[in-house]
Structure formats: structure tokens, C-alpha cells
Design a protein around this ligand. Sequence first.
Ligand code: HEC
Ligand code: HEC
Length: 193
Amino acid sequence: MTFARRVTLAALAACAAGAAHAQDAKAGAAKAAACQECHGPNGNSPSAEFPVLAGQTARYLYLQLRDYKEGRRSAPTMQPFLQKLSREDMLDLAAYYAAQRALDTGFKVDAAKAARGKLKAEETLCTMCHLGGFKGQNEIPRVAGQHHDYVVKQLADFKAGRRTNDAGNMSAVSKTLSEQDMDDLAHYLAGLD
Ligand code: HEC
Ligand code: HEC
């Protein structure tokens, strides 16, 4: 093989690797057609029952899909859609949703509740894990701009032990929260972008 040909092959291999990487999200876009009914276009779900997936961290999305599929977290209505997903499908879907932009959900934030929620978040050191502005990182979810009702449900589920796939991180924190705290926090979080 000539030197020039070897160089060309190496360049082609590098291109192919780059394309495969970029394709994860692209392949995910096609696979996401089945999710749109509940999670909305580009993961901006129109209903507070369904979490916004747009802009969520890819690592967290993948881990949740795996947990649902393997029965560590439950969502009965979503379950039929998850059973057919392979590991690659879940990685592609996670890459796709992580690359989408979260839009304003249009939720009307109550300023007094949000102010109390902000204080509670500071007192409880939520951002020690979720980072400033609740932007999240890796396996720690972004919660900024998430639907109010969905956030309240998750906090209550952690507290009651209905959601247990958090390695203890959220179950301990949620035990310290009253119903009012959860509502206040959800108002505060819904208003962050
Ligand atoms: C029939 C409605 C429905 C469909 C279709 C659906 N989901 Fe869901 N999804 C839900 C509900 C409801 C929840 C929240 C359940 C809970 O409270 O834990 C959820 C939660 C999630 C979460 C967790 C998000 C978080 O912030 O923790 C991910 C990730 C997810 N869905 C991805 C998908 C993907 C990918 C698809 C398509 C393959 C899909 N969903 C299809 C209803 C649906
Ligand atoms: C010790 C670290 C830690 C602290 C402190 C913490 N969290 Fe979390 N939180 C996590 C992790 C990790 C998860 C994801 C758990 C999983 O994988 O299921 C999570 C999940 C959540 C979720 C669910 C998000 C979703 O999309 O389903 C909400 C809501 C949340 N946290 C809010 C809060 C609030 C509000 C506080 C402060 C009152 C807080 N967290 C404090 C680590 C933490």
C-alpha cells in the first residue's frame, strides 16, 4: 500500500468515527417518533404529567431508560414503549433529547411560593448536587424549567419510597420536605431556565 493511500484510509476512518458519533442523536431523532405523543415535539412535553426531556443530560436520560426497562423505576403507561428498546436505542434517544433546547412550558409561577422555594433549596443544599441553577451534570438531572406537577410527584415519590432508583440521594433529602415545601420548590424550579 502506498503512503498516500494509507493516509487516505486513516482520514476516512477518522471521518467515519466522527459521523458515527454525530449519528447517535440523528438516529435518536427517528426513534423518538414513538415518544412524541407524550413527551411532545423535541422532548418539550405539553402536559405537566410528562417530564420535559429536552436539554436533559444524556447520561441521566440513558440511566432512567435502563432503570424503567429493568424495573427499578416504574411508569406503567410508558412501559410498552420501552420493552423493545436496545441499549443502542436508549443511548441514541438520550443523545437526541440532550441535544434539544428546552422551551418555556408556560407555567404561571407564583412569585411568593418561588421565593420560599428558593430559600428552601438554599437551606437544603440542593445545588451541591444539581449545580447552580439546577442545570444538572452527568447522572444528576437538570431540573430547571421542569413541569411543576411532575417535580411535585417525583419529590413525593422519593419521600414515600415509590421511586427508589436514586442510590439514596433524593430519599434522604425528600424526607425533610413538607407538602408545602415541595409545591414551593416546584414553583421555583419551573421558573428557572
Ligand atoms: C404513553 C405516554 C408515554 C410515552 C409514549 C413515553 N413516555 Fe416517557 N414518560 C411518561 C411518564 C408518565 C413519565 C413519568 C413517570 C414517572 O412519574 O416516573 C415518563 C418519564 C420518562 C423519562 C424520565 C425523565 C426524568 O426526568 O426522569 C424518560 C427519560 C422518558 N420518559 C423517555 C421516553 C422515551 C425515550 C420514550 C419513547 C421511546 C417515551 N418516554 C415514551 C410517559 C410516556
Ligand atoms: C446528594 C445529592 C442530591 C441532593 C442534595 C439533591 N438531589 Fe435531587 N437528585 C439527585 C440525583 C442523583 C437524582 C437522580 C436520581 C435517579 O437517578 O433516579 C436526583 C433527582 C431529582 C429530581 C427528579 C428529576 C427528574 O427529572 O425526575 C428532582 C425533582 C430533584 N432531584 C430535586 C431536588 C431538590 C429540590 C433538592 C433539594 C431540596 C435536591 N434534589 C437535592 C441528587 C441530589
